[in-house]
Write a protein that binds this ligand. Sequence first.
Ligand code: LLP
Length: 431
Amino acid sequence: NHPFKVNQNGHLEIGGLDTTMLAENYGTPLYVYDVSMIRSNCREFLKTFNQLGVRGKVAYASKAFSSIAMIQVIKQEGLCLDVVSEGELYTALQADFPPERIHLHGNNKSIQELTMAIEHNIGCIVVDNFHEIKLIEKILYELDKQVDVLMRVTPGIESKTHHYIMTGNEDSKFGFNLKNGQAEEAFKALYKHDLIRFKGLHCHIGSQIFETDRFLVATKVLFNTLAEWNKLYKYEPEVLNLGGGFGIRYTAADSPIPYSTYVDALIHDVQHHVEELNIPMPEIWIEPGRAIAGNAGITLYTVGSMKNIPGIRNYISIDGGMTDNLRPALYQAKYEGVIANKANHKPTDVVSVAGKCCESGDMLIWDLPVPAVEDGDHLAVFSTGAYGYSMASHYNRLPKPAVVFVENGKEKLVVQRENYKDVVQHDVAYF
Ligand code: LLP
């Protein structure tokens, strides 16, 4: 129940390569991305804009997975890039990503981050709060520059997802609230500014969302506000950025819809509102992260110790865990996996996959059907391409794994495995 092939040796393949060979050559844990899937995800988002002849931008939310190689692929596919920190911006610039295609997000952008963004003439800053408006003004006056901005608004709706990854609800740290006048106050400060070029509104309702209707509720709320601002200030937005959050399949319980369905629904919905309001069609921007990187990546592990508690549970332990995939521990996220070197064997057992960290909550998968497992087998976990490496930590002083890209039967190491020297590199002896 996954998009990857099994070769004649019964081994799982990714991008035309044997995962057992990759695990042996590069060591485990190992993140492996099928680059052709990253590309086809990008193209699927762009396709609908082209088919409908609507001006728009697709920005990859690089928080899902950022590395120089990844940003190079995104650049080649012609997308824009959403960054949320100086570190992500730095990575993008190191990858030679065109600054004018970069958008900066964040609810507490520092003066250094904003200065770096403005000095490099990035495409757009998504303004989140009043403090930030003051910082941007200060930098623009000092540098005698101008910048395009969108204003992030909080529509005050709940998306059907985990509470931690809901972002559009009224009680949220992100954006200007629409319902209490703060958004209008910010709008008045921005829309006729002499240095800030106010381009429009941004809203993001949450992540891993499987239906279009919540997005459409958000656009309705946005257009209620736009109708008011149009009446009061004759305002017509040039851009509407409707965020990311398009869901992917982690397990059989998830039923994602095609990415084109979201884009199609959003565009038609905006067209309908625009006609009603009798204003020009704005550019539609979206910001998928997970939907581009998530299903293109898998993680390979090696099985070590095993423990059977008769009548209760079979544990198998792998050489990674919450340090390379925090999502199960943080969100109770569910994953599927197979024994990569026995991918054609019928499942005979049910095991629970434990990480190696000193933490009972470090469980990667509960109750996974598998064939008879032996130590040294390789476990492949699917759909780990988003928010896996990017949320990895050094807990228990584990070095971060390597990342390999594969495409058309060829592999390339794109992030080196850390070693113990890397782990202590910033430590300073006390004595
Ligand atoms: N745009 C904005 C403003 C966002 O805050 C986010 C995600 C995205 C776009 C991209 O969302 P995506 O398309 O990837 O769902 N660590 C969590 C997800 C946090 C998402 C935060 N913001 C997880 O592992 O599920």
